[in-house]
Design a protein around this ligand. Structure first.
Ligand SMILES: Nc1nc2c(ncn2[C@@H]2O[C@H](COP(=O)(O)OP(=O)(O)O)[C@@H](O)[C@H]2O)c(=O)[nH]1
Ligand SMILES: [Mg+2]
Length: 206
């Protein structure tokens, strides 16, 4: 089994506060309740990731996790919360767009979509933003244990409009987890590391 570890490093609320390091970043995003915390736990075996995303204030930031040599995982804010005020939701969306469209370290975006729901306008927008600059998008269709055998083909077909072949994943059954982990590690291995000038990273004091 491929191995992926993750250790929390820092949070940022703006592109210019992101760590200056030369790690390749794989970002992970999805609508609230899509199963992101559960999937991150399943991928890395690190329970603290879940608690991190449950910590007030960290649900609206970019959260950086060191994930082995040369790689970082970036937990992007969940979107689609009903209770988040419009103004805050717009700020979060702008920060995500900044990160996806300009972050030099970013190599791939893992976009989580509930396998019973399929991608919607927000996923199409995020995928287009990343793809516009050559960032690979990996779609993970979550909670696939909830699909009946007969529903699996339809669940996959819902991604056709985005020209994507999603990985059916379940944190509950473990399906797809090792495949996703391998794809992330492969990206880390294949991607060009950003400028070594970024190596002098220190946690910002604030
Ligand atoms: N059946 C099933 N439920 C899941 C799975 N992953 C998460 N859930 C449930 O979905 C809800 C939201 O999960 P969570 O990981 O907190 O989602 P987040 O809001 O995206 O971080 C929780 O009740 C989880 O127990 C899965 O793979 N299968
Ligand atoms: Mg969560």
């Amino acid at each position: 089994m491929a191995k992926l570890t993750a250790q929390f490093e820092t949070s940022a609320f703006a592109l210019d506060r992101c760590p200056r390091w030369n790690r390749v970043e794989v970002a992970i995003a999805g609508r609230s309740n899509v199963g992101k915390s559960s999937l991150l736990n399943a991928l890395t075996g690190v329970k603290r990731l879940a608690r991190t995303s449950g910590t007030p204030g960290r649900t609206q930031s970019l959260n950086f996790f060191v994930a082995g040599a040369g790689l970082a995982l970036v937990d992007l804010p969940g979107y689609g919360y009903a209770r988040v005020p419009e103004k805050i939701a717009r700020e979060i969306a702008a920060m995500m767009t900044d990160y996806l469209s300009a972050r030099e370290n970013l190599a791939a975006l893992v976009l989580l979509v509930d396998s019973r729901r399929g991608p919607e306008a927000e996923e199409a927008r995020l995928a287009a933003t990343a793809r516009a600059r050559g960032v690979e998008v990996i779609f993970a269709a979550t909670k696939c244990d909830k699909l009946k055998r007969s529903e699996r083909a339809a669940a996959l077909a819902r991604f056709g409009a985005l020209e994507a072949a999603p990985l059916l994943c379940s944190a509950t059954s473990g399906e797809g987890i090792d495949d996703l982990r391998r794809r992330i590690l492969r990206i880390a291995h294949d991607s060009h590391r950003p400028s070594p000038g970024f190596a002098e990273y220190r946690t910002p004091s604030r």
